[in-house]
Design a protein around this ligand. Structure first.
Ligand SMILES: [Zn+2]
Length: 498
């Protein structure tokens, strides 16, 4: 996805009226800007769906919208998911000879704070293409967009919901299409070239604005018949091979249309309502803050230090502490494993929901012990999370800490929705399959400890699927780094929590 911001107003012609005033000994020069008459090329407005021009044609489509069933990984819902499409207020955008309608939706498991259905008028077919747009933003950005603030180029996921558009291009080949979106800034067209968020003296249709610009680029791949001497051909359609952001009829132009944020009583953060009426927090807004707070607590830091040494790593059992919070900060209770066992038993407080996680070691003498978290650690984290959520306790301070010869690591939940859905499968008969997947890319060496760099990357990739972040403490326990994987270079990137 490109991060390009485009100023549409390149041709603004400004007329400068210069008036000179003379008074005694001073010359004063006034430079006056005259407004141009240029209007923005995209007209957008919010209206009730019932009042839209194309209501008769679009309302049957909206009645039948379904989201596609989820991938195998999210195997809980086999059926296509029904969604509630809201029609009280839609965003209507017209440009060139086409237009889009953007709708708010409510569903059982929202995946992002802003999710919209977009209908795009297909000029060639005289029909509508349907898309799901999802904006990968934080709770704060959600609130900001809702309040009408400007936004950074957000990561936008676009999913076509019907396949009609490109399937009839040819019977002799297949068409591979890829749609990507970017946020475009349009500056004030009344002079001064003010960008979104700045003040512009123009009329309402000259004001600066932002929109989401999505373009589909398709490649036509011909079948190669046996005996055919010709190779496979490729050509661009859809996007027409255009390289700039001047909208065409094939492009999809929309605005993120947020639902009303609700307030999650437990976390106090902005959330979205799901179809069951619960206020869902998609993301943990303070993973760095909370884990830093824990390490700054000298009582907890001492506990970590007490087991972060070779003497502990040379034992034949795990040492550790259960972590509970009864409302006055974390309390650590000794929790050691049994000799020659590679596990500890984590007690979960089912009465108060006070369990917030645990601290434990992985040791050297069992050579198959991982220098990073095991999938059982992840399952235990999920159990802690489920109970805490069930007991309506804050979720941001949940963590599992690992003290291993490779370093001190912490798992922190970043996306509650993913973790609830994905993590739930760790407690079902599917666990065996997931366990296999988790260890699939582990080195085949009998001794895992020397491979911590490689295993770190494998675990990072796995945890991401569950919406869980991986943090590593500095050697002197002075602070944490969030680790992420650059998928292009396969390098681990540490970002200090500040
Ligand atoms: Zn463990």
């Amino acid at each position: 996805m490109k991060n390009r911001k485009i100023n549409f107003i390149k041709l603004g012609i400004f007329l400068f009226g210069i008036s000179l005033f003379f008074s005694n000994c001073e010359n004063e020069v006034l430079v006056e800007e005259e407004n141009s008459n240029e209007k923005q090329s995209i007209i957008r407005r919010k209206i009730a769906f019932n009042n839209t021009v194309h209501f008769n044609k679009t309302s049957p489509i909206i009645k039948n919208i379904k989201l596609p069933k989820k991938s195998n990984y999210l195997s809980r819902n086999i059926e296509d998911e029904n969604v509630i499409v809201h029609t009280d207020e839609v965003q209507y955008a017209t440009y060139v000879d086409t237009h889009t309608y953007t709708f708010k939706i409510t569903r059982e498991f929202p995946e992002y704070y802003i999710e919209n259905i977009v209908l795009h008028y297909n000029v060639e077919n005289d029909s509508y293409d349907e898309y799901l747009l999802q904006y990968d933003i934080s709770a704060e950005e959600f609130q900001n967009i809702y309040n009408g603030g400007t936004r950074e180029n957000s990561k936008t996921i676009i999913t076509p919901l019907n396949t009609g558009t490109f399937s009839n291009l040819s019977s002799r080949g297949t068409v591979e299409c890829d749609t990507s979106c970017e946020t475009v800034d349009v500056n004030c067209s009344a002079g001064g070239n003010h960008s979104p968020g700045e003040s512009c003296s123009g009329t309402p249709d000259q004001q600066p604005y932002q929109y989401e610009f999505c373009r589909t680029t398709c490649r036509y791949v011909e079948y190669i018949d046996a005996g055919d001497s010709a190779g496979g051909g490729g050509s661009n359609t859809g996007g027409g091979g255009a390289t700039d952001n001047n909208p065409t009829n094939n492009d999809i132009i929309t605005d993120p249309l947020p639902s009303n944020p609700c307030e999650n009583n437990i976390t106090g953060n902005a959330g979205v309502l799901n179809s069951a009426g619960d206020c869902i927090n998609i993301a943990n807004t303070k993973p760095c803050e909370k884990i830093t707070e824990l390490l700054n607590n000298s009582y907890i830091k001492d506990k970590i230090q007490s087991i972060n040494n070779d003497a502990t790593f040379n034992l034949d059992y795990e040492k550790g502490f259960n972590l509970n919070d009864y409302g006055n900060g974390p309390i650590a209770t000794v929790n050691n494993g049994n000799a020659q066992e590679t596990s500890i038993t984590v007690l979960i407080d089912k009465t108060n929901g006070s369990s917030i996680g645990f601290i434990h070691t992985h040791f050297n003498s069992n050579k198959r012990t991982s220098p990073l978290f095991s999938i059982e650690d992840l399952r235990a984290l999920n159990a802690v999370y489920q109970w805490r959520k069930y007991k309506q306790k804050p979720l941001e301070n949940i963590t599992v800490i690992l003290v291993s010869p490779a370093g001190v690591y912490a798992m922190v939940i970043k996306n509650y929705v993913f973790f609830a859905e994905e993590g739930n499968n760790l407690h079902t008969e599917e666990f065996r399959e997931r366990r296999k997947k988790y260890y699939e890319e582990f080195p085949k060496d009998l001794n895992l400890m020397p491979h911590s760099d490689k295993i770190e990357k494998v675990v990072l990739k796995q945890l991401k699927k569950y919406g869980v972040g991986l943090f590593k403490a500095n050697d002197d326990l002075s602070g944490w780094n969030e680790l992420t994987l650059d998928e292009q270079t396969n390098n681990t990137i540490p970002t200090p929590c500040t």
